[in-house]
Design a protein around this ligand. Structure first.
Ligand code: HEC
Length: 280
């Protein structure tokens, strides 16, 4: 049997949804129920500590992490990101011209909902749109330059609490609801939802990895992972997790992934940005 099938067979049986208004759309109530679920399940983990993913769940890993952080493996990406961010495009403009506050200290506000377009705009998407608006080719969403840029932007927001706004617009509510549906829908040959692992089994091990809790799960993005020998963005992590359950991943920045990121980020409102992160 596959590792996950053994370790997590029981998860297939239990409902993965923290008690919340199931059918009415009430994001604030969802967020409260979600946070209560995790703080109730892990009474010894401080709320703001959930942003440290697997390290918040496991003492051995926390020690490893403290060692890693002495020479953080994302340092290189951070430097590269800063340089890219400040270097003018061919037309003389920079990324700063595309963002509020010149792009500094704003990561906690993404994704935003664009009421003109009626869609969720993630930071990764906004960065590529900025490039294209200035005559540059878009970057790959999953790693390298995109990870470096988002690493730098996250770094300028470290400690700032996620502050995702859902405007009073039926399309915004629908996007949130769609993200929620995606998160709880089972898929792939193993028939897991995101929640099967990150809500029901945080702290448990799959192979050598300790599952991160869904609360605060995007606060440390982008992350360096030894298994990737490099950095990965939110897009990369979503795609990897979909593949892990032997499902067919979507394309980076598909509407559904954007809605999913909107939903998950909203649930972590109030928890501080801790990115970029490093994982073993
Ligand atoms: C079979 C279990 C499984 C499922 C299902 C799963 N993941 Fe994961 N996920 C993992 C593992 C293993 C890792 C790496 C260890 C960790 O950080 O949790 C991970 C890591 C992550 C991370 C990075 C967390 C961090 O702090 O490093 C994010 C974000 C994430 N998953 C999101 C998702 C989303 C969204 C879905 C649904 C599309 C999903 N996962 C489905 C197993 C799973």
């Amino acid at each position: 049997m596959h590792f996950a099938a053994v370790a997590l067979a029981l998860l297939a049986l239990a409902p993965a949804r923290p008690a919340a208004a199931a059918d009415t759309v009430d994001p604030l109530a969802d967020a409260r129920a979600f946070q209560n679920y995790f703080t109730g399940k892990f009474p010894n983990v401080k709320l703001e500590d959930f942003v440290n993913g697997p390290y918040s769940m496991n003492a051995d890993m926390r020690r490893q992490w403290q060692e890693i952080e002495q020479f953080p493996p994302y340092e290189f990406a951070l430097e590269a990101g800063k340089e890219m961010f400040t270097k003018p495009f061919k037309n003389g403009k920079t990324y700063a011209d595309c963002f509020p506050n010149q792009g500094i200290g704003i990561r906690q506000n993404y994704p935003t909902f664009d009421e003109q377009e009626g869609k969720v705009i993630t930071l990764e998407l906004a960065l590529n749109r900025c490039r294209e608006a200035n005559g540059e080719t878009p970057l790959s969403y999953v790693k390298d330059d995109m990870a470096a840029l988002t690493a730098y932007m996250a770094y300028t927001s470290r400690g700032k609490p996620f502050d995702i706004k859902i405007p009073d617009d039926p399309r915004a509510i629908a996007a949130y609801q769609n993200g929620k549906r995606y998160f709880y829908t089972r898929r792939g040959q193993l028939n897991f939802s995101c929640a099967s692992c990150h809500v029901q089994a945080p702290g448990e091990r799959i192979r050598a990895e300790v599952l991160a809790p869904a609360l605060g799960i995007l606060n440390a993005m982008p992350i360096y992972r030894s298994e990737w020998s490099g950095m990965g963005t939110v897009s990369r992590r979503f795609i990897t997790c979909n593949s892990q359950t032997r499902g067919v991943p979507l394309n980076a920045q598909d509407d559904e992934y954007r809605d999913l990121e909107f939903y998950l980020s909203y649930l972590s409102n109030g928890l501080p940005i801790s990115g970029p992160g490093a994982r073993p």
